[in-house]
Structure formats: C-alpha cells, structure tokens
Design a protein around this ligand. Sequence first.
Ligand SMILES: NC(=O)c1ccc[n+]([C@@H]2O[C@H](COP(=O)([O-])OP(=O)(O)OC[C@H]3O[C@@H](n4cnc5c(N)ncnc54)[C@H](OP(=O)(O)O)[C@@H]3O)[C@@H](O)[C@H]2O)c1
Length: 335
Amino acid sequence: MTPHPYSPDSNRYDEMKYRRCGKSGILLPEISLGLWHNFGKATPLEKSTEMLHYAFDHGITHFDLANNYGPPYGSAEETFGQVIKNSLHTYRDELFVSTKAGYDMWAGPYGNWGSRKYLMASLDQSLKRMNLDYVDLFYTHRYDPNTPLEETLQALVDIVKRGKALYVGISRWPYEAAQFGYDYLRQRDVPCLIYQGRYHIFDREPETTGVLQQAKDNGSGFIVFSPLAQGLLTDRYLNGIPEDSRIAHGGHLKKESLTETTLKRIKALNDIATRRGQSLAEMAIAWILKDDMVTSVIVGASSTNQLSKNLNALNSPAFTKEELEEIEAVCKQMV
Ligand SMILES: NC(=O)c1ccc[n+]([C@@H]2O[C@H](COP(=O)([O-])OP(=O)(O)OC[C@H]3O[C@@H](n4cnc5c(N)ncnc54)[C@H](OP(=O)(O)O)[C@@H]3O)[C@@H](O)[C@H]2O)c1
C-alpha cells in the first residue's frame, strides 16, 4: 500500500477535554480509542486507517492495544503499526500508546499469564508489530495467582528502566494484589500510572470492590474499558441482533447476554437518554465521566460514524438528581 496522504485537522485539540492521570504529568483524553475488536485482519486497512485518523483529528491521543487484540492475535497491533508507518509516525510525540500482556498469546508455557519471561518477550513482539521503539504505557493485563507478584512487578520496573515503556499500569487486579502492586512500584520509583477496569451502568464492580477509590488513594489514574457493555448500552440491539454486530460475530459478547430483562433495561435507559436529548451510547459514556475519579473512557467502535456519535458525550448535559435515581431504579428493579 502506498503511504496514506494525511494531514491532521489543525483544530484537533479544540473540542477534546483532557484529565490528569492520577498524580502524574500525563493528561489523557476523556475519550480514548480501544483496538480490541474492529482493527484485526478482517477489517480493511483503509477502514482502520480512517477510524484512527478520525480519532486523532478529534483530539483522541490515547490508543489502547494488547498483544492478543485482533482477531487473529497480534493483528490489531499490526494494523496500528501499518498506520504508524504510513502516516501517524510524524505525530508520534502527540500519541499515547498502550499495550498489554497477560492473556494467552502463543503456544507453550511462556506465552500466557505473568512471568517475566512472557512479559518481556511479548513487549518486544508488540513493539515490532507496531513499528514503535517504545510504548507510552505497558500493562500487566490480568492478575496471575500462580506467579509471585514480585516477579511480574519487577518485570514492569525493568521494562521502564530499559526504555521500552515510559509508564506501567495494571489491569483487572483484585484489590489486595493491586495494593501490593501500587506499593511495590512506588518503592522502586516506577509508580503505577493507571488502573484499567471494566465499569459501566450495568457493572459497578470498581465501586463495590473499592478499586476505583483505591487508584485515587494511590495517586494513580483509572481508565474504563467496555463502557458500553460491548454495545449493549447503545441502540444496537433495540430491535433485534443486526448481522454485523458483535453478538452476531460470535465473539466475546454472547447472545445469552441479551436476556429479556437486559433488553427491558436497555429500552428503559434508552427512554431516559431520549428525554435528555441524546443517544443511549452518549448517556452511558457521560454517566461514567461524571465521576472525576475516572481519568478516561476507552470506547470501542466498529465505524467512524459510531466513534463520532460517542464523541458527542463530551457535550453531554449534566445529570439531574432525578435522572441518576431513575437510572439506578432501572438497574435495580429488573435484576
Ligand atoms: N483490560 C482489559 O482486560 C480489557 C477488556 C476489554 C476491553 N478492553 C479495552 O477497552 C476497549 C473498549 O472495549 P469494548 O470494545 O468492549 O467497548 P464498548 O465501547 O463497550 O463496546 C464497543 C462496541 O459497542 C458498539 N458501539 C460503540 N459505539 C456505538 C454507538 N455509538 N452506537 C451503537 N453501537 C456502538 C460497537 O459494537 P458493534 O461491533 O456491534 O458495532 C462496538 O464494537 C477495547 O478496545 C480495549 O482497548 C480492555
């Protein structure tokens, strides 16, 4: 492919809002873009390029990846690497790129979980795929109950000391392990920049387990994944299961998630969003961003059109007390 002629919008920083990530020097956009689905081999490079350019043109500076994003594994990083090579490399210092390792990636005992062997090798592979010399942020993607936490955390420290990542983060670690991680990293002068966790209107786990408050108490940021419950908290499934949807593709969002109760809740939430003059997706993102302990929300999008709608959440009206109570009631009544 010939290099994509690209010149970013000169007004790209006008609309986006940026929040400080914990007690660090880093500002992250309120809306970041994740490449878990929709940027693998099945998506034409032209389409991925268009979405990434659109994001950057609108002030999205943070792109969230992992070694196994695709499908197939590695292909989202390859796509991103192609776009870096073809156009975005010029703007490398305006980008904040993260990747992760922790889930199964390659065969055998060294391609999964939290060993030093796996994390080090995986990051080297990710850098090659993405055509980058370093990532801005490297995460341990999940808690590994069988590897000593010291081993995983020391690998993160050494990754920073070797210049392969500027910052490190943890994703989906339970409260106690996370506290061990915050302390270990701080004592070695590589403070944990950010915690990545799932949080949305239907899933309040970061509130109930305390990991949201804990990140703040430890001077770390908190970044939210799957803010739209993988598409359930949108208008996508109001009238059935569209052929091109994540449920129809048969990936991580199962048909069984769309129970009758969930659909009723989605419809009730959609009515509240309509009254507020916005889409359900916009309301769901705004609902998360109302909490200033959240640094950024990583949205997924299967089209530029979806991404553009999600960006409207930045101009969302504030929630009234009554609206928040109504959202709570919808979630509670129909469980
Ligand atoms: N740390 C972790 O373990 C972890 C786990 C999961 C995700 N993540 C990160 O979080 C990112 C986001 O996760 P996610 O993709 O599950 O996020 P999500 O934003 O909850 O779901 C994205 C899906 O919602 C639908 N959608 C998005 N905007 C829409 C709109 N305006 N209208 C209608 N439908 C819309 C699309 O579904 P269709 O495809 O059906 O169009 C899209 O693929 C990932 O890319 C990844 O970077 C991290």
